[in-house]
Design a protein around this ligand. Sequence first.
Ligand SMILES: Cc1cc2nc3c(=O)[nH]c(=O)nc-3n(C[C@H](O)[C@H](O)[C@H](O)COP(=O)(O)OP(=O)(O)OC[C@H]3O[C@@H](n4cnc5c(N)ncnc54)[C@H](O)[C@@H]3O)c2cc1C
Ligand code: FES
Length: 294
Amino acid sequence: MSERLFQTIDLDMRPEIMKDNNNSSNIFRPQVGEIIKVDRFTNLEKRFTIRLKRDSLRFSPGQFIMVSILGIGEAPISLSSSPTDKGEFEICVRKMGSVTSYLHNLEVGDTLGIRGPYGNGFPVEEVYGKDLLFVAGGLGIIPLRSFIKYSLENRDRFNDILILYGAKNPGELLFVDELKEWGNRGDIGLKLTVDRPDERWRGHIGVITRLIYSAEINPDNTYAFIVGPPVMFKYVIMELNAEGITDDKMYLSLERHMKCGIGKCGHCQINNRYVCMDGPVFRYSQIKNLSEAL
Ligand SMILES: Cc1cc2nc3c(=O)[nH]c(=O)nc-3n(C[C@H](O)[C@H](O)[C@H](O)COP(=O)(O)OP(=O)(O)OC[C@H]3O[C@@H](n4cnc5c(N)ncnc54)[C@H](O)[C@@H]3O)c2cc1C
Ligand code: FES
């Protein structure tokens, strides 16, 4: 593992980092990526495996890229694969509007524009030796999966690992094959819940906070990583606080409308923070007093 992988991005270093990854002095110029695999998960979500034509993408779990389609636009999308996968990377995209719908029509061999990686990512090295609690609601599993995969590949660097993942219904769960693998490993915990079960569902039913309530958590050694819809954050934080996890041991990844992804346009601004540069991952104690953050 190179030191570069989990380097914290220093604002003064921005141009160098961007030159490094874009191989160009124009920080807005995308690199060309080729789609080498497409997996349909649901009617709305597909996974794309991508390889850059000229370089390999070095990133940290929790970072994102700007994906562009010529003549259509750009969208921020989280990197979902392990940072140790060399040569290719994965994104998982929900069909929402113009860029993501166009992307869904692309096939193996098609190309698209990639800028980044951007954002700070999760504090992976800071939590070596700690218990990791991943709390994913809906699409929140997409960025968390990168960190989860890294922690499973480097299992001895972490203490207990517990993954809590909730979706509206069983058909909306993503990465189902991997969930089965994770559930069978025996050296981590995995709990799934859905709001609306079907007749085959044998897991938990109800909101994700119920999983926290029933989990065995050692608050002194646990760091929580929470990604999901805004409505989820408040209740998950309340429940984790009740379990004894303090605000400085919770990390949230926020989503905001983004245009540039590199602190130039102000679209993602919350008070004096740019979600694209200072985030998207924030320690909860850093942002709890920012009124617009959650
Ligand atoms: C840091 C970050 C990481 C993201 N990671 C992923 C990911 O891994 N997978 C994924 O599917 N999506 C992800 N998103 C959301 C994704 O960027 C938006 O769905 C996408 O920009 C929509 O673009 P579009 O051109 O398809 O839709 P548009 O035509 O631009 O818009 C369609 C609808 O989506 C709304 N919308 C656009 N962007 C956002 C946003 N950021 N938050 C809420 N609503 C929005 C618009 O207001 C509109 O109602 C991420 C967003 C951020 C900020
Ligand atoms: S997206 Fe432009 S400043 Fe953050």
